[in-house]
Structure formats: C-alpha cells, structure tokens
Design a protein around this ligand. Structure first.
Ligand SMILES: [Zn+2]
Length: 343
C-alpha cells in the first residue's frame, strides 16, 4: 500500500509499504478515504520530536471504511464509515475510569513514535486501529468525509478551548493564532454566542477568521482592538492557539481582570517565564487543554449533521495522497491553511 513516511527532518515521501494486519483481537483495519495534515505533524517533520523513528507512517486525522475487525470488536462493524480519535486509549487505567482519556496512561498518538509508543498513522491507504471500539466513531451519512476529518482532533481541540475556557453567550473572546486550531476555536466561540476577536499576522488567516464570524486584527492592532471592543477592560476569555511564548505573553495581556486564558497551542518549552505579578494583580486563570474527541465527538457530529457548524470551510487545498510531500511543504510554509489528502 502507499503511505506517507517520514524519512528524516523535512523528508516526507510516499512509499510502497506492507499493508497493516490485525495484531490484537480488538483491532480493526480501516481503508482511508480522506486524511489531513495537522500542526502536530510538523514537529516530527522538523525533527523536533525526540526519538521519532524514521519510517513511521504519519497522520492522526482520518476517516474511512472499516474493512476488517478482530474477534473482540463489538461496536464497530465492517463497512461502516468511521472517524478516528487522534489518540488511542486503553479504557482501563485510572484516568480512563475517571473519564479523562486525554491523560490515559496507555495512550498513543497515530502517526507518532518516540514520545509515545510507535503507532503508524492514517496518511495511507490502510491503517490498523488498536482498541477499535474505543478509538473509532461511526460517521453519520449526512457528514462528509472532509468535515468528518476535523472530528479526529482539531475541532474537539477548538471546542475544548472554548468550553474549558468557560465561554458564555455574550462574552468577548479573543483568539490569538488563527491556524486551523484557532479557526476551530472561533467556530466554537461563535456557536456559543460570543463576540469574537481574532489575532494573526497572516492576511489569509485573518480573512478566514472573518469568514467564520470573527473581527480580525493583526498583532500590532490587538491591544487597541481588544480595548476598544471591551471599553478598556480586556477580553473575558483569551484563547491561545499558536503554541509560542510570544502568543502566550500577548494572550495574558489581552485578558480582563479575573479573566481566563485558555491555551490549546502545543507548548513543549519547559521553562516559560510566567509573569506572576501580572497573573496575581489581574487574578487570571490560565488553563491548558488537549482536544478530547472521545468525550466531545458525538455532540460535534450532531452539530455537523445539523449543519450548525462547518469546519470544512477552512480547507484551502485538496490533493491526492501522492502529492503529500508538496502538501507538507505548502502547509509548513503557511501557503496552505488546511490540506485534505485523498488516497
Ligand atoms: Zn487509560
């Protein structure tokens, strides 16, 4: 089968590799019909993921058709259209029993190795799914493959930023960073009835943010724009979706007193100089969140099926799997905002 394989930093190729087989009784094999590239794929792409194994098949956002299931699979059936959860879970550890699968002690991330036990991903024709009954979710007929792909990771991530940020109708929310995750947070905040301001340095991303219902600002305008929109108070909730120290610094200063800064940008720096004086004086709440498809996808699929939200509006490039190397170049260069690949 053809699969997108990372050979080394910046070296993505579409290789002919052995197709996956059932290894455990709870496994399934899915034939991928659409898959996407995510910002989290760019860390190994840049050689920033310690211990990442060359030869790993990439991709943690995919939909497809179930082709085979193991003897222990009950809920998921051959022939079903399904979407994956970007991370697997064991369903048995203390965190899973608490209903917190993003902290599962046995989790892996599709398309990753090194930081998690290796699990080949879905930027391929076929993919093996461990614990299929826990990891896969059937797609309603009225949800397209392109929209369904968003339920694997970034839509739950944007949704989680809004819900765990405590956003309420009528709030003023400022989203810092309008990459795919930030755009999903805008979609979710607008759906929650908030007024949304969005900050990004790239014009095309500001235009996409505006098309989803936000008032777009470039970083230089952010402080004044938020002050004007809030009578000088600051935003009720600031969502940091860029994953950089600069963005987090800016987010902390755009929130009102007793406001909340909800972080879904992927941060890996261990030594961030938090301005405690500012945090204390403004009584800020700082909250980090990892997207939780397991707990949020049923609700999100209902909203997609009802046409209440349309994440596919941010897809800028649709390419065959064979063009994956170019797709990574475009996405990395931010010439593409969201790329969907079809095998
Ligand atoms: Zn667990």
């Amino acid at each position: 089968m053809r699969a997108v394989v990372l050979h080394g930093p910046g070296d993505v190729r579409v290789d002919e590799v052995d197709g996956p087989t059932l290894l455990e009784p709870g496994d399934a094999i899915v034939e991928v019909t659409a898959t996407a590239i995510c910002g989290a794929d760019l860390f190994p792409y840049h050689g920033l993921t310690p211990g990442f194994e060359p030869g790993t098949v990439l991709g943690h956002e995919f939909v497809g058709i179930v082709r085979e299931v193991g003897p222990a699979v009950e809920r998921i059936l051959p022939g079903q259209r399904v979407v994956n959860g970007s991370m697997t879970r064991d369903g048995t550890c203390a965190y899973c029993r608490l209903g917190l699968p993003t902290q599962c002690e046995g989790r892996s991330l599709f398309g990753y190795s090194g930081v998690y036990p290796r699990l080949d991903g879905g930027q391929a024709e076929l993919v093996r799914i461990p614990r299929a009954d826990l990891v896969l979710e059937p797609l309603p007929d009225s949800v397209s493959d392109e929209a369904g792909v968003f339920v694997a990771d970034i839509l739950p991530t944007g949704w989680g930023a809004v819900v765990r940020g405590g956003v309420e109708a009528g709030d003023t929310v400022c989203v810092v960073g309008c990459g795919p995750v930030g755009l999903m947070a805008i979609l979710a905040a607008v759906h929650h009835g908030a007024r949304v301001l969005a900050v990004d340095g790239i014009e095309t991303r500001r235009a996409l943010a505006a098309s989803l219902g936000a008032e777009a600002l470039d970083p230089e305008q952010a402080a004044d724009g938020v002050a004007q929109a809030t009578g000088g108070l600051g935003a009720d909730v600031v969502i940091e979706a860029a994953g950089s120290q600069e963005a987090l610094d800016a987010a902390l200063r755009l929130a009102r007193g007793r406001g909340t800064v909800s972080v879904v940008g992927a941060h890996f720096e261990p030594d961030y100089p938090l301005d405690n004086l500012h945090m204390f004086e403004h009584e800020l709440t700082l909250r980090f969140t990892i997207g939780d498809p397991t707990n949020d996808r049923v609700r999100l699929l209902e909203l997609l099926a009802a046409g209440a939200i349309d994440p596919a509006a941010i897809v800028t490039h649709r390419l065959p799997l064979a063009d994956a190397a170019e797709a990574y170049r475009l996405f990395d260069a931010r010439e593409a905002t969201k790329v969907v690949l079809t095998p």
